[in-house]
Design a protein around this ligand. Structure first.
Ligand code: BTN
Length: 330
């Protein structure tokens, strides 16, 4: 890695002392620069949106309520730091998944994380888009190179939905449910979308790399009309301050052990089923040209959704989309 800039060093010191004042001379001594250079770096950080208070002769305090995406802040809270090889923060990008795929194609290391403050072309599953306005969501893509077969990609995506649900419970005590395959919901509204994309090595029939893309609505209040009734933002379910950096790190802290254990189902499958909001429900299976009614019976060990169709046939779906039928009013 390159030598960190003065701005990065100052930020890292302020983050370590979040909520407490650090004197300009102390920062200058540790960073090996002049107090004037520290002052300039602090101003640059303020311009980036960091909430830094400078009290006369009392040094600088980074308010714990700053929510500027920062590689340092994310890394600081990651338990298994050696899993992460790089964190790339972008103010704006088309889609972090394509960024991570390009990096994967060009040989980037497993554990490369791309995070954006906004996406202009956020991608969802089945060709849909993912609404990604500036500063109000988490748009992150993790590049990994697992020793896995292509069939296991479904496990990646399922594991990610459990990791996000656990992280939200841990930080905000909010309980999430999961709509097969991997949409994370709160109180019947979608909060999180996950798009996993993989590149296969045909020679050995294993994954060359996979990109797990996670989008979480954090403070978005105004959604396009077609989404208004079906999506929600985390801020509506907690009064706590939500730090995107902390949530990203906590999601990774939940996900990394599962990835390291080669998607050992024991680590997440039971919880995935417990959080399922479709088992036992009347559903529509959505095909590209039609829908079909069925009852969701179970999720099998391969994470396929077992459904009973109206003609009595029981089948296991390995991909696709379902919607839960609304109860008819009597
Ligand atoms: C879905 O809801 O259908 C999946 C949405 C996935 C959105 C995330 S945001 C980060 C990453 N980059 C993208 O373009 N998509 C994923």
């Amino acid at each position: 890695m390159n030598k960190p800039s003065t701005k990065d060093t100052v930020l890292s010191l302020l983050l370590k002392n979040e909520g407490h004042a650090v004197s300009g001379s102390e920062i200058a001594a540790i960073s090996g620069v002049s107090r004037n250079a520290v002052w300039k770096a602090v101003n640059a950080l303020k311009n980036d949106g960091y909430n830094i208070k400078g009290v006369n002769n009392n040094g600088y305090t980074l308010s714990p309520q700053s929510d500027v995406l920062s590689a340092d802040a994310i890394l600081q809270d990651i338990a298994q730091k050696n899993f992460i090889s790089d964190i790339i923060i972008k103010k704006e990008t088309a889609t972090t998944n394509d960024d991570a795929k390009l990096l994967g194609h060009n040989g980037a290391k497993s554990g490369t994380l791309v995070v954006a403050d906004m996406q202009t072309n956020g991608k969802g599953r089945r060709g849909k888009s993912f609404f990604s306005p500036a500063g109000s969501g988490i748009y992150m893509s993790l590049l990994i190179r697992p020793q896995a077969e292509i069939e296991q990609s479904l496990m990646l995506t399922v594991a990610a939905s459990v990791a996000v649900s656990r992280a939200i419970k841990k930080l905000y005590q909010v309980e999430c449910s999961i709509k097969w395959v991997n949409d994370v919901y709160i109180n019947g509204k979608k909060l999180v979308g996950i798009l996993t994309e993989a590149s296969m090595n045909f020679e050995v029939q294993t994954l060359d790399y996979a990109v797990i893309g996670i989008g979480i609505n954090i403070t978005t209040q105004s959604f396009p009309p077609e989404l208004c009734d079906i999506v929600t933002s985390l801020c509506e379910h907690t009064s706590k301050f939500i730090s995107r950096n902390k949530l990203i790190a906590t999601v990774l802290n939940e996900l990394i052990p599962i990835i390291k254990a080669d998607f050992d189902k024991k680590l997440f499958f039971e919880e995935y089923k417990e959080r399922s909001m479709v088992i036992g429900k009347e559903i529509d299976i959505i095909y590209s040209d039609r829908t079909e009614s069925a009852t969701a019976i179970d999720i099998n060990e391969d994470c396929h959704l077992v459904v009973k169709k109206e003609n009595g046939d029981t089948v296991a779906l390995n991909s696709g989309e379902v919607s839960i039928k609304k109860k008819k009013r009597t």
